[in-house]
Design a protein around this ligand. Structure first.
Ligand code: SF4
Length: 452
């Protein structure tokens, strides 16, 4: 890049300088970033002097390339002062920040989206009359105080009752930098609760080998635990952002996030679909683990974090399920004492492999088993909710009318779990935090009084 060549770029158009080093793969990354900059209305500046910010795409392959890249960053800082670093050198630990602490942001290679986020943060995008009507957090269909955060699409499992992989394909994880930026925009827009969703949350990053992405200029692996840790930071020290995990497939590494719940950083709530307890039925479903292993896991989770709320879903009347196997499922339920449970009678979805299994359970029997299952669970839920009477819970208000407010505690996901009815909560607003002393409970909901 030249040092002082004036440019004919009209005033008011933000100008980005670009230094591209390295191999053809780095060159392709540079082309992607430059194309995106131009598509968004930025001008590419031919000199340091006329640029308002400089992107340096680095190489870190051999020592001489490292030295050349560090020199290029130093030159851009000296000549311009506002520098974003990307490329292979950015993936080499803290080297760039240690050598040049004044850089604005650092990303690794193949990180066009993260580079664009850093450019947006330090040199706002030119006004676009179409997209600027859309708020930074996007258009949301949920109330303003909570939002769903989708981290991946598709699924690598082949559960025999499910056709999602056929419809949506294999797991495709979103880049962690992009996910974190979306979460940060939501938190800045006033969202108090983020619900992490996917088909299989615990598999996040498996498809891209846990690739390192970048957020706020620091490296982050595309992995559930690291994502959750970073999301928890958004709530600040007061922890005033709930992060709720849904669709967590019961892999062993799920234990890692339970520790974060015990530390009070992550909402102690886990939505983990067990589907059944009989080893034979789980095998026919192509699901992992057995009821016994899952029971051990539940006990271990509760030992680490006693206040955890566990939600799960099950299928009654799966093809071939005998009365004895169904009773085993009921025994599991009694042992596990889960807090929130949904049960579906098996439904032969067109295209599902399970439909071809022998000994299908007649429709009426499937329904009858579902009803028996829910009867057992109702008693368990009632017993577990009763233990909350007399306690004071932190709640998030969903709605208010002249009878009081309706809110949710840490144990209640919107739409699927129960609610907390608050007497004397008329002055509250949706999205407010409140503290409620619990006075009454049934099998689903709680009733309480506002505590000042
Ligand atoms: S049930 Fe869930 S884990 Fe199993 S294939 Fe379907 S989406 Fe994947």
């Amino acid at each position: 890049m030249a040092r002082s060549k004036r440019t004919a770029v009209p005033l008011g158009i933000p100008r980005v300088g670009f230094v591209s080093l390295g191999c053809p793969k780095a060159l392709v990354d540079s082309e992607r970033i430059l194309s995106q900059l131009r598509a968004e209305g930025y001008a590419i500046s031919p000199s340091y002097e006329s640029a308002e910010l400089v992107v340096v795409n680095t190489c870190g392959f051999i020592d001489s390339a490292v030295a050349e890249s560090l020199d290029a960053i130093g030159e851009a800082l000296a000549e311009n002062g506002r520098v974003i670093v990307t490329g292979c050198l950015g993936a080499k630990g803290d080297l760039v920040r240690k050598t040049h602490p004044k850089v604005l942001a650092v990303t690794g290679p193949h990180a066009a989206d993260e580079v664009m986020q850093a450019v947006h943060a330090h040199l706002p995008r030119p006004h676009d009359p179409y997209s600027d009507l859309v708020p930074p957090q996007g258009v949301r269909l949920t109330p303003a105080h909570y939002a769903y955060l989708k981290i991946s699409e598709g699924c690598n499992h082949r559960c025999t009752f499910c056709i999602i992989p056929a419809l949506r394909g294999d797991l495709a994880s979103r880049p962690i930098g992009e996910v974190m930026q979306e979460a940060e925009n939501l938190a800045k827009a006033g969202v108090k609760e983020i619900l992490v969703i996917s088909q299989d949350t615990s598999a996040y990053g498996v498809d891209i080998k846990y690739r390192t992405g970048f957020w706020r200029g620091r490296p982050l692996k595309t992995r559930m635990t690291e994502l959750v840790r970073a999301l928890c930071e958004l709530g600040g020290s007061a922890g005033d952002l709930w992060v709720r995990l849904h669709y967590v497939y019961p892999y062993p590494h799920v234990d890692e996030v339970i520790a974060l719940m015990a530390e009070g950083k992550l909402l102690p709530y886990l939505d983990v679909p067990f589907q059944h307890a009989s080893p034979r039925i789980l095998k026919l479903m192509k699901r992992p683990a057995s009821g016994e292993v899952n029971l051990e896991r539940i006990r271990a989770w509760r030992a680490i974090c006693p206040e955890i709320t566990i939600r799960s879903t099950f299928i009654a009347g799966f093809p071939g399920e005998t009365e004895a196997e169904f009773r085993l499922l009921l025994d599991f339920l009694q042992e596990a004492e889960l807090d929130r449970v949904g049960c579906f009678a098996y439904s032969p979805v067109e295209g599902a492999k399970a439909n071809a299994l022998p000994d299908p359970v007649p429709a009426e029997l499937r329904e009858e088993r579902r009803a028996r299952f829910m009867q057992v669970q109702e008693k368990i839920s009632r017993k577990r909710l009763k233990r909350k009477i007399g306690k004071t819970l932190k709640v998030l208000v969903d709605s208010v009318d002249d009878k009081g407010a309706v809110a949710r505690s840490a144990a209640d996901a919107p739409e699927i779990d129960g609610v907390v009815f608050i007497a004397g909560g008329e002055a509250l607003k949706p999205g407010d935090w409140a503290r409620v002393n619990i006075e009454r409970a049934d099998a689903h909901d709680l009733w309480g009084r506002l505590v000042d």
